[in-house]
Design a protein around this ligand. Structure first.
Ligand code: G3P
Ligand code: MG
Length: 355
C-alpha cells in the first residue's frame, strides 16, 4: 500500500461522520440532478474519484436492483457509486427470503420488481403483470387501455405458473404501482381469497410495502402521489369488500430501523474500503468504528427528518428546499437540525463543520 493510499484509507477509517442522502427531491428530480448534486458528491471523493467520506443513498424509491440503480446514479451524477451505497425502500425485503424462499410471491410496481426479488434469493416470484396475464378477464378495463403491460424480458419468461393451484403466499409492493385500477383489482382478488383469485375465501396472505410515502417530489412543480397513497386506496376498497381489515407491514423511512440499518451499512462501507485484502487491513476498524455524527440530508420532513429525529444519536438532520419542503424557515411539525436550500449547501455545511 503506497503512502497516499494509506493516508486515504486511514482518513476513511477514522472518519467520525458519515452521510445519508435521500434521492428524490434532494439528489434528483425524476432522472435529472437537482441542487448541484454532482458537484456536491464530487467533494466527497478524492482527485482520483475514490471515496473520501463514507456516504450512502437512503431512498424510499425502488423498482430496480441496487446494482442497476448504482450504475444509473453513476451515469447521471458522474461519480463512482457502489451498489452497497444504495439502500432502497425494498432492500430489507431480502431478510424475508428464509420465510418465503420457495413460495409463490407476487411483486408489484414500476421497474423490474420480479428481478429485484429474484436477486434477493426469492425462487418463485412473479410480477403482477405476468400474474394478471394468466387470468382471462381479470381486468375488465384492459380492452380500454392503450398500453401494454408485457412482463419484463429480464425475468424468466420460459416458465409457466399454474395460478389455479399455486396459492400466492405473500405480496410485495416494491415501487410505485403503474396501473392502479388493475393492481387494486388483482390485489383484492389475491388478498381476499387467500391467494387463489376467483376461488374460495381464505386467510389474507402477508402484504408488504417498501415504503409508505404519501407524496414525493418529481419533476412536476407540485408533489406526486406515492406508495402510501396507493396503500390508502387499496386499504379503503379492501375494507369495504372484506369483513376483516387489511393487514400489512410498511418498510422504509421514517422507521427508525431503516436508519439503524443505514448506520451498519456505513460501517461496512468503511470496513470494505479499509480491509479489502489482508495487506490493506487497518486493525479494529469496523469492530470499533463509531460515527460521532451521521447526517441525513432529506427533503421530506414527515419521512426523512422525522425518521432521523426518532432514530436519535448519532443522526443529525438536514432539510433541503429542492423537494417536498419549500418554505422559508424550518418545518414546524418536524423541525430539522439544519435547513438549507440545496444538497450542495448541505455538503458545504457538513464539510465546514467537520473538517
Ligand atoms: O417513489 C419514491 C419516493 O416515494 C421517495 O423517494 O428518494 O425521496 O426517499 P426518496
Ligand atoms: Mg425525497
Amino acid at each position: 500500500l503506497g503512502p497516499a493510499s494509506f493516508r486515504r484509507l486511514a482518513s476513511l477509517a477514522s472518519s467520525s461522520f458519515g452521510v445519508a442522502f435521500d434521492i428524490d427531491g434532494v439528489i434528483l428530480l425524476a432522472h435529472s440532478p437537482v441542487g448541484g448534486s454532482p458537484r456536491a458528491l464530487r467533494r466527497l471523493h478524492d482527485d482520483s474519484g475514490r471515496l473520501k467520506i463514507p456516504y450512502v443513498f437512503l431512498t424510499n424509491g425502488g423498482g430496480y436492483p441496487e446494482s442497476k440503480r448504482a450504475m444509473e446514479l453513476r451515469r447521471v451524477l458522474g461519480v463512482n457509486i457502489l451498489p452497497s451505497q444504495v439502500i432502497q425502500g425494498h432492500s430489507p425485503f431480502k431478510d424475508l427470503v428464509d420465510r418465503f424462499e420457495n413460495d409463490l410471491v407476487v411483486s408489484v410496481g414500476k421497474g423490474d420488481p420480479a428481478t429485484v426479488m429474484s436477486e434477493y434469493g426469492f425462487k418463485n416470484v412473479i410480477s403482477i403483470d405476468e400474474y394478471a396475464s394468466y387470468f382471462d378477464n381479470i381486468d375488465p378495463l384492459e380492452p380500454f387501455k392503450k398500453w401494454t403491460t408485457e412482463p419484463s424480458s429480464d425475468h424468466d419468461s420460459r416458465r409457466k405458473v399454474d395460478v389455479c393451484s399455486q396459492r400466492v403466499k405473500a405480496v410485495f409492493v416494491m415501487s410505485d404501482p403503474v396501473d392502479w385500477s388493475r393492481d387494486v383489482q388483482v390485489l383484492c382478488d389475491i388478498l381476499r381469497t387467500g391467494g387463489l383469485p376467483g376461488k374460495e375465501i381464505g386467510e389474507q396472505p402477508p402484504l408488504y410495502f417498501a415504503s409508505d410515502d404519501l407524496e414525493y417530489q418529481a419533476k412536476f412543480p407540485a408533489e406526486r402521489l406515492g406508495m402510501g397513497a396507493f396503500r390508502i386506496a387499496l386499504e379503503a376498497i379492501f375494507n369495504r369488500i372484506h369483513p376483516s381489515p387489511l393487514m400489512y407491514t410498511s418498510y422504509g423511512k421514517p422507521n427508525p430501523f431503516v436508519f439503524n440499518n443505514a448506520e451498519v451499512i456505513l460501517k461496512h462501507l468503511v470496513a470494505s474500503f479499509t480491509s479489502g485484502s489482508p495487506q490493506n487491513r487497518i486493525p479494529g476498524i469496523v469492530r470499533n468504528h463509531k460515527f460521532k455524527t451521521i447526517y441525513m440530508v432529506g427533503d421530506n420532513p414527515k419521512v426523512d427528518i422525522r425518521g432521523a429525529r426518532e432514530a436519535g444519536a448519532p443522526w443529525f438532520s438536514i432539510l433541503t428546499r429542492t423537494g417536498v419542503f419549500k418554505e422559508r424557515g424550518n418545518c414546524a411539525e418536524f423541525p430539522a437540525d439544519m435547513v438549507v436550500d440545496t444538497v450542495e449547501d448541505a455538503v458545504d455545511f457538513i464539510l465546514k463543520r467537520e473538517c
